[in-house]
Design a protein around this ligand. Structure first.
Ligand code: E4P
Length: 217
């Protein structure tokens, strides 16, 4: 499973990248706002660190304007994935931009049918939002399962990018279902390494080691 980091925090991306945890990055207008940075400048800095796909999102709502914004964002670096919302105009823009050989991440996907039409329009990635479905008492993971099944039934090459991952359980479940990629905030990725039994076991080992009076170095 590929790990994308869902942030525009350059320092957090660099730290995780040094550990080999970063196969790509996703941003959105809210994350750009949170960073307090200029979209072009911060996205360029991220692309200088990460060689995998870096999603940058358009904010236009009409297809022709989305296409123009997408082309502008794609000029930032060769590894830009243009992020388009899952609307009819977004799908039109997806068809044009992927036809030009650009990577497109179709975002804000909340149903299997939306994922189906995004694949038909040639999306490189589909981003179903797990956490936001769970927020309204629906089952985000069921959507990942359905999309996996549909894409496998017909051999669609669009990669399933499990998004809006809020918990470590989301990550494990998406991996078990076979999502190609997950995108999660840096803190969720760091938590994947945590287990209370690891902490307790380490504390006991260190206590016993001290009693031996030995040193390794
Ligand atoms: C994905 O591309 C989105 O940026 C992100 O995963 C949304 O997550 P949220 O629902 O926690 O804002």
């Amino acid at each position: 499973m590929k790990f994308f980091v869902d942030t525009a925090d350059v320092q957090a991306i660099a730290e995780l990248n040094d550990l080999g945890m970063v196969d790509g990055v996703t941003t959105n207008p809210s994350l750009i706002l949170k960073s307090g940075r200029d979209i072009v400048e911060v996205t360029k800095e991220i692309c200088d660190i990460v060689s995998g796909p870096v999603s940058a999102e358009v904010v236009a709502t009409k297809a022709e304007d989305m296409i123009a914004e997408g082309r502008r964002l794609a000029e930032i670096a060769p590894n830009i994935a243009i992020k388009l919302p899952l609307t009819w105009d977004g799908l039109k823009a997806c068809k044009v931009l992927t036809g030009e050989g650009r990577m497109v991440n179709v975002t804000l996907c909340f149903s299997a049918n939306q994922a189906l039409v995004a694949a038909k329009a040639g999306a490189s990635f589909i981003s179903p939002f797990i956490g936001r479905l769970d927020d309204i008492n629906l089952d985000g993971m069921e959507l990942i399962r359905d999309i996996r099944q549909i894409y496998d039934n017909y051999g669609f090459e669009t990669e399933i990018l499990a998004a809006s991952i809020r918990t470590v359980n989301h990550a494990a479940q998406a991996a078990l279902i076979g999502a190609d990629v997950m995108t999660a905030p840096p803190e969720v990725i760091r938590k994947l390494a945590s287990h209370p039994l690891t902490d307790a076991g380490l504390a006991q080992f260190l206590k016993d080691w001290e009693k031996t009076g030995q040193k390794i170095l």
